[in-house]
Design a protein around this ligand. Structure first.
Ligand SMILES: NC(=O)c1ccc[n+]([C@@H]2O[C@H](COP(=O)([O-])OP(=O)(O)OC[C@H]3O[C@@H](n4cnc5c(N)ncnc54)[C@H](OP(=O)(O)O)[C@@H]3O)[C@@H](O)[C@H]2O)c1
Length: 330
């Protein structure tokens, strides 16, 4: 490869929002034994990316400054390390670089582990593929691993509630839940009710209404599984809406979530809340890529930004009003 340097966007300290991002020119990284050098075509933003920048996991994350954010990427293989068996230069791929703590994706080139990379069929665009890491894996893991939902129609019906169903995680969760034998209730803002219904939700509540805030199913369902993708809903609101063995999977856990979870375990409560932090795996991403290829799952992109406007994409995600995913394209 003739080029030695690349454009990247990094931040050098905590805070500062979009203004804290800086465009720089730095050396192109080299892949080690089991690594792939990827030319990035698209990277998606997850709220955890800017939460780390805000100091949410200070001083543990990021591991060091300067830090290039974004971990969910799709692109093309440029070069592989000597131990890489499954990929060669020119292959189209999707990779999660090792969860949000890894970073590196907001750059023209990034090194990805072979073990966290999957092939990208031509039916899956770079932008669509780049969104499938943290967001879609959180939806899949919540429903199937923690929630125990089977994504086929052979099991008894499960009542599912998905909060913030219009967001990056929620819009995948609604579609994935509907692959099972489910009745899906969803919450979102009024402007997205039709959108969330179009994803397959059976009933949708506006979260700004009293009924929506109370999470009450209009048809009187009691929820077996809740995937909570928003913040600020107390256990006392979830509890009366759960079936006798209903479970809340909280992907935005607070101290109260951990406390309630511990108390419920000690008291053998059948209704439970489970905090969940997902680390995407290649197996899960591969499964999701296959669903997209087969037309069973779609990525909805709120907005696409060129690399030169990465700060605007960052600001858009921070606003918290995306419908679907925010993507940076290179
Ligand atoms: N634990 C994990 O492994 C994990 C993984 C991924 C994400 N997360 C976390 O999960 C949360 C959601 O992530 P995301 O990517 O889906 O965020 P997002 O895309 O930024 O979510 C934005 C959407 O949420 C809606 N919304 C906001 N507050 C709401 C409420 N109270 N009720 C219903 N809808 C509401 C907004 O609608 P309006 O515009 O109408 O307000 C908007 O459409 C974030 O806190 C993120 O950090 C955790």
């Amino acid at each position: 490869m003739a080029r030695k340097v690349m454009h990247a966007v990094w931040y050098t300290g905590y805070g500062g929002g979009a203004a804290g991002l800086k465009h720089v020119e730095i050396p192109i990284p080299s892949p080690c034994k089991d690594e792939i050098l990827m030319k990035v075509e698209a990277a998606s933003i997850n709220p955890i990316d800017w939460k780390i920048h805000n100091g949410f996991a200070r001083p543990v994350l990021p591991k060091k400054f300067p830090f290039i954010p974004l971990s969910d990427v799709a692109g093309e293989v440029v070069k592989v390390g000597p131990g890489v068996k499954k990929f060669k230069a020119g292959d189209k791929i999707v990779s999660t670089l090792g969860g949000p703590s890894a970073g590196g994706g907001l750059a023209e080139y990034v090194v990805a582990k072979e073990s966290l990379t999957v092939p990208r069929p031509r039916e899956v665009s770079a932008a669509d593929g780049a969104c499938l890491g943290i967001a879609a894996c959180a939806a899949l893991h919540s429903l199937t691993v923690t929630g125990g939902l089977k994504l086929d129609k052979t099991k008894p019906r499960t009542n599912v509630l998905i909060t913030a169903a219009s967001g990056g995680v929620g819009h995948y969760a609604v579609q994935l839940a509907k692959l099972g034998n489910t009745h899906v209730t969803a919450t979102c803002g009024a402007r997205n009710i039709h959108f969330v219904k179009s994803l397959g939700a059976d009933e949708v509540l506006d979260y700004r209404t009293p009924e929506g805030a109370a999470l009450k199913s209009p048809s009187g369902q009691k929820y077996d599984i809740v995937v909570n993708c928003t913040t600020g809903i107390p256990w006392s609101t979830f509890k009366p809406n759960l079936s006798p063995t209903g479970k809340v999977i909280d992907i935005t856990p607070s101290g109260g979530t951990f406390w309630n979870c511990a108390v419920q375990k000690l008291t053998f409560s059948k209704k439970q809340v489970t905090p969940l932090l997902v680390n995407p795996s290649a197996q899960e991403i591969g499964f999701l890529v296959k669903l997209v290829k087969e037309g069973k799952l779609k990525t909805v992109i709120d907005s696409r930004y060129p690399f030169s406007q990465a700060e605007a994409a960052w600001a858009k995600s921070i606003e918290g009003h995306a419908t679907g995913k925010v993507v940076v394209e290179l």
